[in-house]
Design a protein around this ligand. Structure first.
Ligand code: BTN
Length: 251
């Protein structure tokens, strides 16, 4: 690996039985650049927008990776989108129904109309150094997960801890590929792959921008990882600010 490109180290995985949140655990000083934390369950899993993430054990993925980057990270949205793309690629490779899996901007993974994976990236900056904690939750096994977050069988194999770990190793590879593409400026191909696999294609959405209601069709993603919406003949750029839009209907 080129030392200038940040990456997660598959030889540095801390396996835990239980933890409050792998993201929180990852913030501790003894967790180093490139380290990964995987837990069999979480007692206080966190989601985006201060929501909680239901985290029963038995083969689900609760994963966090730490990157300490010696520069300011300006295109945070793009990194976040690329991580979503990496999760999607990984799940598609293992799934027996890859075509049913999509990414919903900014980085949720859907199986048909159900969210099966969410990503929480937390960043902090000290001087010129940026620390990113990349947290990924995948509901591989959903007996204890509420209906709206669950899905029919995804994989052609039983979810055991061993199989979960095979998926995790592939996930690390895909995240590292995504980071390499990001840092070597191979943005266009990645963004266009993500758009081709987007849940929001042809969706009508509604949002408020500068206190004005904007309603329109999602038409693509730009090179910053922002969502493009056509509304009343003009193109509006949506920046990820959490749960900032509603899907109105499907075409
Ligand atoms: C979302 O709201 O969609 C993001 C969910 C992120 C959940 C994962 S599970 C592993 C890591 N640890 C946490 O506490 N949250 C993330």
């Amino acid at each position: 690996m080129n030392d200038l490109i940040p990456y997660l180290n598959p030889e540095r995985i801390h396996f835990l039985e239980t933890v409050d949140s792998t993201n929180t655990y990852c913030k501790q000083e003894f967790i180093k650049n490139g380290d990964i934390v995987v837990s069999n369950q979480q007692t206080a899993g966190r989601g985006r927008g201060a929501k909680s993430w239901i985290s029963p054990g038995i083969g689900n993925i609760f994963f966090s990776g730490k990157l300490v980057i010696e520069s300011l990270v300006s295109q945070f949205s793009l990194i976040s989108l690329f991580v979503g793309g990496s999760v999607l690629k990984t799940l598609q490779q293992f799934s027996n129904t890859p075509n049913l899996l999509t990414i919903k901007w900014p980085n949720d993974i859907y199986l048909e109309d159900k969210k099966i994976s969410g990503i929480l990236i937390e960043g902090s900056t000290i001087g010129e150094t940026t620390t990113l904690i990349i947290g990924i939750g995948v509901n591989l096994f959903w007996e204890f997960i509420p209906e709206e977050l669950s899905a029919a069988a995804l994989f052609p194999f039983k979810i055991t801890l061993e199989n979960r770990d095979r998926i995790i190793l592939q996930l690390i590879k895909e995240i590292n590929n995504g980071l390499k593409n990001f840092y070597t400026n191979r943005i266009e191909d990645e963004v266009s792959w993500i758009w081709k696999n987007s849940y929001l294609q042809k969706k009508l959405v509604k949002t408020i921008i500068d206190s004005k209601l904007v309603e329109g069709n999602v038409i693509g993603l730009d090179s910053n990882g922002f969502l493009l919406v056509e509304s009343k003949g003009s193109i509006v750029t949506l920046i990820d600010t959490g749960e900032n839009f509603q899907i109105l209907e499907m075409e």
